[in-house]
Design a binder for this molecule. Sequence first.
Ligand code: ATP
Ligand code: MG
Length: 395
Amino acid sequence: MINLTGKTYESCVEVLQKLTNAGHEAYIVGGAVRDAMLGFPVSDFDIASSAKPEEIMSLFDKVIPTGIDHGTVTVMHHSFSYEITTYRTDSSYADFRHPDAVSYLSSIEEDLARRDFTMNSMALSLDGTLIDLYGGQEDIKNGLIRTVGNPLERFQEDALRMIRAVRFQSTLSFALDKHTHCALKKQADLLQYVAVERIQAEFSKLLAGKGVQQALVTLIQANVHHILPGIQQIEKSLDEVPFLVNLTTEAERWAWLASTTEEPKRFLKKWRLSNRFVKEVDYLVENARSAQTRGWNKATVYTALPEAEACERLLSVFEKRLPKIKKVEQIMSELPITSATMLTVTGEDLVQWRGISPGPWVGEALREIELAVINEEIKNEKSSIRRWLKQWQTQ
Ligand code: ATP
Ligand code: MG
């Protein structure tokens, strides 16, 4: 039933062997078991072990204490990385998002009980034995997302699990089990206590899933769109969602989401995305919007570089059609220059030719020259540009 192969898996087996040879228990857990069962390729292996972080650190040469307070370390082996988490429980969640204390446990069975969904609570041993205490295999067969234990309690313990449920609905095209769905509607308010950074990571995955339409509908039904920042209006853009498959990067998907709001930049900042990412995403929104009103021509393509294709993919979602990448590439191939550095003149040339001191006029003139060259009103040659500058001077 579970067929794991490949270099990352072989190296993972060595990690498991090393742990068991030292007298510890170790299992592959979580997403790797779930995805293997679904027949998906697995490259990310999480390991649960009876070994304590210090014991793991003494066994392996390269260990990064990524989440040592929660009993997680990352082991590097053959240049692959493996998160190893000591059997643990998270006790009492006073603030609905962080366990107050972590205590180590002695058995894998207890560790599996703290996991979110039945499909994520299975463990696979070195000899291929599957530990499935909550019917994960059956739920996977039926395409069902079901919490381990009472969903009301599990969502109260950690409200992020509600977003995780919906992100799995999107990525796996699974349905929510009836009780899990009811609990989501009842407990959605608790999401206001969850750090937006944690929601953001799940939301990125949600946007990339094949079942994103259904997932967004679930969020709307549960009123979650009134709790998460800036997406109250998302319902109006649902007809664009089937075209999200046109998008290829995380930035493009956030650009789409941001574009459903009045102030994309503000929206992205509310989601605590990094400044660099906000800039990148905002650039996509601006240029796609500009192409939407002005069409693709040399000027709009040039201004959108190096992201013109990404902007066309985004525009294709706004316009609910397939992307016309060839058209954009054709215009790109006809551009006389692809960046200002390709101009045959510099600011210094302009200053020398005009014989007046540099000032804001230099940047202004260069920008106009750039546009005139792109629109083929002048050639990208010193003599033509000098002639153009004389006229510009007399204006
Ligand atoms: P992906 O393939 O996207 O990584 P995953 O199931 O591996 O999916 P992770 O976030 O990597 O998701 O978490 C690894 C495992 O840890 C999960 O499969 C689940 O067993 C457990 N887990 C993660 N987050 C929670 C949570 N909030 N509550 C309970 N268990 C969790
Ligand atoms: Mg994972």
